[in-house]
Design a protein around this ligand. Structure first.
Ligand code: NAD
Length: 267
């Protein structure tokens, strides 16, 4: 593998499962030391760290709830104590709490906004502060630091029954772009990834039965569900100098889900 991230330090939030796990694995394979954040998932995180170490990579686990300010500050201190610096943040942690609009509780609304949107704000703010405080190492990275915000196709596709989730991802998109605009002159790059349907625990009901999968595939022109590795490859590239001129953009990794497949045969 090409060592696109050689010598860099990366933090992946929600890194012990699904898309986050694939990104942590791929970034370690690309030469980064990876801090695998988890919340109450110590066992899964330890297993992933073991797998990365066995493959010759470098990683360690850090526990923190991304929606808790003091905990996030402590997690960043822990990473800087260990690694001396941070080059890449992948703000990936997220969840769904689905309910019809009339049945949605304030707690369901707040929880999703707190983790998916405020959690990304807290981690991105800590990362920007660190990028500005640390010495630049131009031989490692042309940018002073890189942030990848995990969004979703639901930053643009409305989603009935998931209003809190869609609102959080729409918010992530404009937070990402506004932050990118604000820090571009510091040469900090901020981008989003907007996955379509990826095979992970978050959407298991949508793909684990043949009927569910068939229904899902009608939404995906490319004809297959996405795998976490599809997103991980995009994340490694977005974090590397290969994408050095790209900032403030949403990269859709969705097999064409945002191409309005409902119009395919509407002549
Ligand atoms: P996942 O459930 O496997 O991963 C989410 C991770 O976030 C879990 O490990 C979970 O423990 C962690 N997490 C939740 N709350 C947290 C908190 N407060 N603090 C720290 N960690 C927390 O599902 P996934 O599909 O891998 O999701 C990863 C990201 O990708 C999410 O932001 C999700 O919205 C986004 N996404 C997923 C899909 C998909 O089809 N799977 C599509 C679009 C976007």
């Amino acid at each position: 593998a090409t060592m696109l991230l050689k010598g860099q330090t990366a933090l992946v939030t929600g890194g012990s499962s699904g898309i986050g796990r694939a990104i942590a694995t791929a970034m370690a394979a690309a030469g980064a030391t990876v801090a695998v954040n988890h919340r109450a998932g110590a066992e899964r995180a330890a297993k992933l760290v073991d797998d990365i170490l066995s493959a010759g990579g470098s990683a360690f686990a850090v526990e923190a709830d991304v929606s808790d300010e003091a905990t996030i500050e402590r997690m960043f201190e822990e990473i800087i104590t260990r690694c001396g610096r941070l080059d890449i943040l992948v703000a990936n942690a997220g969840l769904q709490m689905d309910a019809s609009f009339q049945a949605m509780s304030l707690a369901d609304w707040r929880k999703v906004i707190d983790v998916n949107l405020t959690g990304q704000f807290l981690c991105a703010r800590a990362a920007v502060r660190q990028f500005l405080a640390q010495e630049e190492l131009p031989h490692l990275s042309r940018a002073r630091g890189k942030i990848i915000c995990m969004s979703s196709v639901h930053e643009v596709i409305p989603w009935a029954g998931h209003v809190n989730y869609a609102a959080s991802k729409g918010g992530v998109m404009l937070m990402m772009k506004s932050l990118a605009q604000e820090v571009a002159r510091e040469r900090i790059r901020v981008n989003g990834i907007a996955p379509g349907a990826i095979r992970t625990p978050i959407n298991r009901e949508a793909w684990e039965t043949p009927e569910g999968l068939e229904k899902l595939l009608r939404l995906i022109p490319y004809g297959r569900i996405g795998e976490p590795e599809d997103v991980a490859k995009a994340a490694v590239w977005l974090a590397s100098d290969e994408s050095d001129y790209i900032t403030g953009t949403s990269l859709f990794v969705d097999g064409g889900m945002t191409l309005y497949p409902g119009f395919e045969d509407n002549g």
